[in-house]
Write a protein that binds this ligand. Structure first.
Ligand code: ZN
Length: 136
């Protein structure tokens, strides 16, 4: 079978506590690549005008805009105690398992300070970790 970039048998979009989320459909080991965060490479100037949650800094000049429909990694929710991290390899962003993932677990990563302060903090963080702590 030909390799299709838009075919992701290992993950699935499902309803989560905060709308939709991305879930793993098999176990992943620590450090394993779960999915690529695909998008369009735009200039930082353009990114400043757009803003939003799907933008990834690629260094001094470029930003990855992951708002494209092909990017199912955009369904990954923020967590303050995430099980994945986003890693940059040149102009490519990968979501990698920070620890062992069990099949059926929701995939999360930390969106970072800037995003948190601007978009999440004003309405309170709804991630599992914060809700268990009683919210803030
Ligand atoms: Zn949180």
């Amino acid at each position: 079978m030909a390799k299709n970039k838009n075919f992701h048998p290992d993950v699935k979009i499902k309803k989560s506590s905060s709308g939709l989320g991305l879930y793993c459909m098999r176990d992943f080991s620590r450090g394993e690549k779960v999915i690529e965060y695909v998008g369009k490479i735009i200039s930082n100037k353009e990114a400043d005008r757009k803003a939003g949650r799907y933008l990834f800094d690629l260094g001094n000049r470029y930003t990855l805009d992951g708002s494209t429909r092909q990017n199912i990694a955009r369904y990954i929710n923020h967590s303050c105690r995430s099980n994945c991290d986003a890693y940059r390899d040149g102009y490519t962003i990968y979501i990698e398992a920070k620890r062992k993932l069990k099949s059926g677990e929701e995939i999360t990563f930390n969106y970072g300070r800037e995003y948190f302060d601007e978009y999440i903090n004003p309405r309170g963080c709804k991630c599992d970790y914060c809700r268990k702590r009683g919210g803030s």
